[in-house]
Each structure stands twice: as structure tokens, then as C-alpha cells.
Design a protein around this ligand. Structure first.
Ligand code: NAD
Ligand code: IPM
Ligand code: MN
Length: 362
């Protein structure tokens, strides 16, 4: 097949990890006979430096025309002056909103080979396989912001329609899994959460009688997530709670560098990015873990291009490489791990070997 993929490297380790995922996509394209046209555009701090804007019009236009978008990360100390008029993060938020990508899928499935890197006891992690569906284009991130001399405010707003569509997406995804959804809110305090809980309950009851829905307050959820992670299948929540809970959930897998994400709307186009940031503390050293971005490329193939066998192959290759002990510094005991280039080379080599799924079609 032919597909147009826009690559947005961004800042910090962004360019290092997208370069790895691009090599993976090129290898998959060559090996399985697909023509992937991969074109880079600026976003974030790099775009501010080049054009003054965190999301240049040309970048957004290219993304709108593409089949899928792969992003590294944005932000960094250079652009973090609290008085700055534009910030790299605004570019990412505008891109998510501009493409209507309201459902952010963040799967968490700890790999046996990296259990040792998790601060959680291994017996609690065996069999963990959960999916956080984070609402991505509403809530406190997008409400009106105000700054006065002595005060500031961020408005948190949700409409019924915004809650309905993301809960629907979560319930539909649960159907293909274990049929269990936990909706996370702060309904004991927040009005938006009381609306969230009401709408979630109605959508599940009326449209998904085969799916079980439970409600959980976000503070105790933060605790349950690490105390009994196996209890969860699909977790659906609002924008900021989902942001925070997924960085926490990355510790189940062993590193923030491992988790991928897919941001989806109503159409085929999606934005695929690791859940981590630009990691300024390790940027430029060639030691970033590329796995979260490589697995995001797998999600891109599955969700936007319909190439699920190829996606499976990437995931199997990553699993095999981790199993062989090719671990980047964030995962390696003592911190002396394989470089980004070494992990990537190992995945590319593994991709050349027969893959259990696609081999049937070769
Ligand atoms: P971060 O995710 O960048 O880093 C947190 C910690 O995790 C750091 O110690 C970092 O070295 C480590 N880490 C992250 N990814 C890693 C990887 N792939 N391999 C190895 N270690 C990794 O979060 P932060 O430090 O709070 O934020 C830094 C900047 O990134 C900020 O400007 C923030 O706004 C931005 N950010 C961007 C995104 C995004 O673009 N989607 C996401 C989160 C944060
Ligand atoms: C993420 C990041 C972003 C978010 C920031 C950089 C705007 O933390 O993708 O998780 O909060 O959504
Ligand atoms: Mn985040």
C-alpha cells in the first residue's frame, strides 16, 4: 500500500526517538512491500526557533493531508520561561485539537524482561494488560485561562457530547478485550466529574449492556493502579487525570520510555507518540529509549493504515529484543545500558527474521 506519514521530531530526545521509529517503518515498508512516504515537519520549540510559531500552518496542513502522524516530543528549558508568549506544548495541543483527536489510547502491558526495572513487586505485575483511554481535546487543558496580578485561573469544562464520544470509544475497545471499563473522576468534588459520571453510566447502560462499567475516584485510583494493576482492563478518564495516571502506570512497565500512544478521532488519521516528553536531562547523548516511539509506529500501522500483521511484527520484534537483554540505560541494572542506536539496530535485525503472523502471507 501507499501511505503518507508526517514525522514531527520536535525537541530534546524527540528527533532521536523518531529517527529510530522511522528506520523501523522503512524496514517494514521494504520487507512487506509498502510505499511509506515519510516527510518531516517542524513542531514545538524547533518550530518556534524556525518560524516563531509552535505549530506552523504548513505543519498542520501537511498533517491534515497525511494518513498518519508520528511525533517525538516537544518542549524544553530553552522555551520554558513562564513569561514566554508562545510555548512548544501549545503546538502539540493545537495539533491534537486541530485534527479532532479526542481519544488517546495508552496501552500498558509490562514485558517479562523489564519487570526487574519496575519498582513494583513482580508478582503484582504478572498478567497486567490495561488500556487507558484519555480524553484529549477538552477539560482544563482547553478551558479559558486567565492571569491577573495576584491570581490565575484555568477553566475546566466538558460537554455531554465530549464525554459521550470518548466513553463510547472506551466501551467499544473493551468489547474487543475483557469487557470491563473503569471510569475515573473526582465526582465527590468537581461538577465536571459529576456530569462525566452521569454520562458514562448512561452510555454504558444504554449502548453497551455487555460491558461492565465501574466508577472510581481519581485519588484512590492512583493507589489501586499500583496496588492491584491486574484488576484493570480499560480505564477511561478526562484529560489531566489521564495524563497523570499514565506516567504513573509507566512504572508498571518499568520505564516512561516504554509506553506508546495513539490519538484518534472519527476518521482514519491518527497521531502516534510515546507518552514521555523531551527528556532534556538525557537529550543529545544517544541513550534515550526508543521503544515507546517504535511501539507508537506499530500502533500507527494498526489504527491508521490497517496493517495489523505488520504492527504485530514490530511488537514481537521489540519483545524479542527486550528478552535478549538489549536494554537502554533507563531499564538496565546499574544504568549502563544499550544506546538508542543499539536498541534500534537490534529491532531492525529482528524484523528481518520471519515473523509469526505475517510469515503466513509472505
Ligand atoms: P519527560 O517525560 O521528558 O522526562 C521525565 C523523566 O523520564 C526524565 O528523567 C527523562 O530522562 C526520562 N525519560 C523520558 N523519556 C525517556 C526515554 N525515552 N528514555 C529514557 N528516559 C526517558 O518529562 P519532564 O522532564 O517532566 O518534561 C520535559 C519536557 O518535555 C517539558 O518541556 C514537557 O512539557 C515536555 N513533555 C512533552 C511531551 C510530549 O511532547 N508529548 C510529554 C511530556 C512532557
Ligand atoms: C503528554 C504531555 C502533554 C500533555 C504536554 C506536553 C502538553 O504531558 O502528552 O502526556 O500534558 O498532554
Ligand atoms: Mn504527559
Amino acid at each position: 500500500m501507499h501511505a503518507e506519514i508526517v514525522v514531527l521530531p520536535g525537541d530534546g530526545i524527540g528527533p532521536e526517538v523518531t529517527a529510530a521509529a522511522v528506520e523501523v517503518l522503512r524496514t517494514v515498508g521494504r520487507r512487506y512491500g509498502h510505499a511509506f512516504a515519510l516527510r518531516e515537519h517542524p513542531i514545538g520549540g524547533a518550530a518556534i526557533d524556525a518560524t516563531g510559531e509552535p505549530l506552523p500552518e504548513a505543519t498542520l496542513a501537511a498533517c491534515r493531508k497525511a494518513d498518519a502522524v508520528l511525533l517525538g516530543a516537544v518542549g524544553g528549558p530553552k522555551w520554558s520561561d513562564p513569561k514566554a508568549k508562545v510555548r512548544p506544548e501549545q503546538g502539540l495541543l493545537a495539533l491534537r485539537k486541530g485534527l479532532g483527536l479526542y481519544a488517546n489510547l495508552r496501552p500498558v502491558k509490562p514485558h517479562a524482561a523489564t519487570l526487574g526495572a519496575s519498582p513494583i513487586k513482580p508478582h503484582l505485575l504478572a498478567g497486567v494488560d490495561l488500556l487507558v483511554v484519555r480524553e484529549l481535546t477538552g477539560g482544563i487543558y482547553f478551558g479559558q485561562k486567565q492571569r491577573g496580578a495576584d491570581s490565575a485561573s484555568d477553566l475546566c469544562e466538558y460537554s455531554v457530547a465530549e464525554i459521550e464520544r470518548v466513553v463510547r470509544r472506551a466501551c467499544a475497545l473493551a468489547r474487543g478485550r475483557r469487557g470491563h471499563v473503569v471510569s475515573v473522576d473526582k465526582a465527590n468534588v468537581l461538577e465536571t466529574s459529576r456530569l462525566w459520571r452521569e454520562v458514562a453510566a448512561r452510555v454504558a447502560r444504554d449502548e453497551f449492556p455487555d460491558v461492565t462499567l465501574e466508577h472510581q475516584l481519581v485519588d484512590s485510583m492512583a493507589m489501586h493502579l499500583i496496588a492491584k494493576p491486574r484488576a484493570f482492563d480499560v480505564i477511561v478518564t478526562e484529560n489531566m487525570f489521564g495524563d497523570i495516571l499514565t506516567d504513573e502506570a509507566s512504572m508498571l512497565a518499568g520505564s516512561l520510555g516504554l509506553l506508546p500512544s495513539a490519538s484518534l478521532g472519527e476518521g482514519k488519521i491518527g497521531l502516534y507518540e510515546p507518552i514521555h516528553g523531551s527528556a532534556p536531562d538525557i537529550a543529545g547523548r544517544g541513550i534515550a529509549n526508543p521503544v515507546g516511539t517504535i511501539l507508537s509506529a506499530a500502533l500507527l500501522l494498526r489504527h491508521s493504515l490497517g496493517l495489523s500483521d505488520e504492527a504485530d511484527c514490530i511488537e514481537q520484534s521489540v519483545a524479542a529484543v527486550l528478552e535478549r537483554g538489549v536494554l537502554s540505560a533507563d531499564l538496565a541494572p546499574g544504568g549502563r545500558g544499550a544506546s538508542t542506536a543499539e536498541v534500534t539496530a537490534a529491532v531492525l535485525a529482528q524484523l528481518e527474521l520471519p515473523c509469526q503472523v505475517a510469515e503466513l502471507r509472505d
